[in-house]
Design a protein around this ligand. Structure first.
Ligand code: HEC
Length: 188
């Protein structure tokens, strides 16, 4: 049965996305300890970049410092990997640098779509990007979360491309949580 297979696919992918880097518990603490003094708590935030949680959506998206799924094009990550003596290195002058493990987390988080959603259950900020087809979080009716890009609505189904696999699925709306159904209907 087609829909049963899709449900299985959703459930399996939900399990895989549980390994995703979590913004709140893994990324925000890095910014707090290594960047906030100049990019949030300072009188005037440097470079017009505020890394506070509620300001993060302004840093994410096409043409911004964090480009979801594109770590190699994300200046936020690039600046943190420059040599100590590069004038653009962040934090400046190579002081209090990010460790290799922190850089890896940041890279993985961006690769996974730079979602700010805690535990991945709320829609990612990229959900507001018009027609960009960026990845969003989707919750199945039984609570499993996947990250996928909206493609189109097809009758009572939504077509989604799953970020982790690149595979496109036709998912009956009834298989999604009410919030995700609304998200699908609002997407264009
Ligand atoms: C000691 C202060 C300081 C710390 C700590 C610091 N920065 Fe910066 N940052 C600056 C300054 C000053 C600028 C503006 C540089 C400029 O405009 O030339 C800047 C600019 C930036 C920019 C924008 C650059 C541009 O081209 O617009 C990004 C992105 C950035 N910082 C990321 C970070 C990250 C991520 C961290 C933590 C890992 C961090 N910074 C830590 C001082 C700091």
């Amino acid at each position: 049965m087609k829909s049963a297979a899709l449900l299985l696919a959703l459930a399996t992918l939900g399990a895989a996305s549980a390994r995703a880097v979590d913004y709140k518990s893994q990324i925000a603490p890095i910014f707090r300890t290594k960047c906030y003094e100049c990019h949030h708590t300072s009188k005037k935030v440097k470079g017009d970049v505020d890394l506070a949680d509620d300001k993060m959506p302004e840093n994410i998206g096409a043409g911004k410092h964090i480009i979801p799924n594109e770590p190699k094009k994300s200046t936020m990550l690039i600046y943190c990997t420059l040599p100590d003596d590069d004038e653009d290195v962040m934090p400046p002058k190579g002081k209090n640098r990010l460790t290799a493990a922190e850089l890896k987390l940041l890279e993985t988080w961006i690769t996974e779509g730079a979602s700010l959603a805690a535990g991945g259950s709320a829609p990612a900020p990229t959900a507001t990007a018009p027609a960009a087809g960026g990845p969003q979080k989707w919750t199945s009716s039984d609570g499993k979360v996947i990250e996928a890009a909206f493609v189109r609505l097809e009758g009572e189904n939504v077509v989604l491309t799953v970020t982790a696999t690149g595979v496109t699925h036709l998912v009956p709306l009834t298989r999604l949580s009410p919030e995700s159904q609304a998200q699908a209907k609002a997407a264009k």
